[in-house]
Design a binder for this molecule. Structure first.
Ligand code: TXA
Ligand code: MG
Length: 343
């Protein structure tokens, strides 16, 4: 099983993206089959050369991620993405509207050796994204090929929104982290499957479903619902994005010993004796709340509290992605087996 493969101890260098030579150093490391975490507008990704099976195998081992779970290939522009995937009219339209941005498009794979089998988990499709972050784009351009990057956390854990989060999970297991400060969006990209007759939302994320529907001119169906439901993205397992503390959602009151994760100043009964209180956005701004979600879960975890209760959050816009991540973070956590390790 992949998670028990010992990954050779590595010295993890912190590269400050503000230094002019940092991006070139990171690109050289990628070209030498090394693993480099880098910022995107959503979360930090753990990058490897998409065409290099040895680098991708090391990436899976560093994360403890099962190899059946495919990776997103990041490119610097639409033209490079088109060399890897077949773009129909919907993909063209969405790429034009939303790239660079927090949207991953799953399309048929046509890229030859551009993304190795292991990176695609053997699928005939590929997830593609042009990230909206200057350091990410500079790194991918300097490297010159596609960069696969899952979120730069240990498998099953909360995604990192700062370089320090990456170090917490992966120091000693990867070669470098390109540090450009906290990420702007804070939740992963929205994943849309364009390989069937109609687009299907595989994962809600940093681009709201309504924005995609508006660009396409019709509503966007969810995976898992309806008569022609298709499976979720392979990596989408029930328990995921999990802090150590237990999570209780839609809490109407704070129970003894719990920490409170709140929003817009909500102050449910019992708040005064909460172990900790953290407000995702006192002003009630969903974008601010999404950007702070993972950092808040890590911060509350770090206090050593055993349980966190979360007030009900709005479901519109980025609220859909937040509700999805919180539901996974709160899901029961069976001991992972070979075929069930979340990524
Ligand atoms: O915002 C993001 O998407 C971040 C940043 C680093 O770009 N990346 C990220 O990657 O969240 P990861 O590996 O943690 O999640 C990617 C998800 C997985 O659930 C995987 O199963 C799904 O994308 N995926 C990748 N390729 C796919 C494909 N060909 N078909 C269906 N799902 C796919
Ligand atoms: Mg992930």
């Amino acid at each position: 099983m992949v998670s028990t493969v010992p990954s050779a101890a590595r010295v993890t260098r912190l590269l400050d993206a503000a230094r002019p030579e940092a991006v070139a150093e990171a690109a050289r490391l990628l070209a030498a089959s090394s693993l480099v975490a880098f910022p995107t507008e959503t979360v930090y990704g753990l990058g490897a050369d998409a065409s290099d099976p040895a680098a991708v195998a090391a990436l899976y081992a560093a994360k403890g991620r099962p190899a059946f779970n495919p990776l997103i290939a990041h490119t610097a522009d639409v033209a490079a993405a088109r060399r890897l995937g077949r773009f129909g009219p919907a993909a063209e339209r969405l790429a034009e509207h939303f790239w660079p941005g927090p949207l991953t498009l799953v399309v048929p794979y046509i890229g030859g050796d551009g993304a190795c089998d292991l990176a695609r988990a053997g699928l005939s499709t590929i997830g593609l994204r042009v990230p909206a972050h200057p350091a990410a784009l500079a790194l991918i351009s300097a490297f010159g090929g596609a960069v696969v990057a899952p979120s730069a956390n240990r498998s099953g854990r909360v995604s990192p929104t700062t370089a320090a989060h990456v170090m917490e999970d992966l120091a000693g297991r990867i070669d470098a982290v390109l540090d450009a400060g906290p990420t702007r969006v804070g939740v992963e990209s929205t994943i849309l499957d364009l390989t069937g007759e109609t687009p299907v939302l595989l994962r809600p994320g940093g681009l709201a479903r309504d924005a995609i529907a508006a660009a396409l001119g019709h509503p966007v169906a969810s995976a898992g619902g309806g008569a022609d439901a298709r499976p979720l993205a392979p990596g989408r397992l029930a328990s995921h994005y999990a802090p150590r503390a237990l999570l209780r959602l839609d809490a109407a009151e704070v129970r003894p010993g719990e920490a409170l994760l709140t929003f817009a100043g909500a102050h449910p009964p019992g708040s005064d004796s909460a172990a900790e209180i953290l407000d995702l956005s006192p002003a009630g701004d969903l974008m601010e709340a999404a950007a702070r979600l993972y950092g808040a879960l890590r911060a509350l975890d770090a206090t050593g509290v055993g349980a966190i209760c979360v007030v009900p959050l709005p479901r519109s816009g980025l609220g859909e992605a937040m509700a999805d991540r919180l539901a996974r973070a709160a899901a029961p956590r069976p001991e992972p087996t070979d075929s069930e390790i979340p990524a």
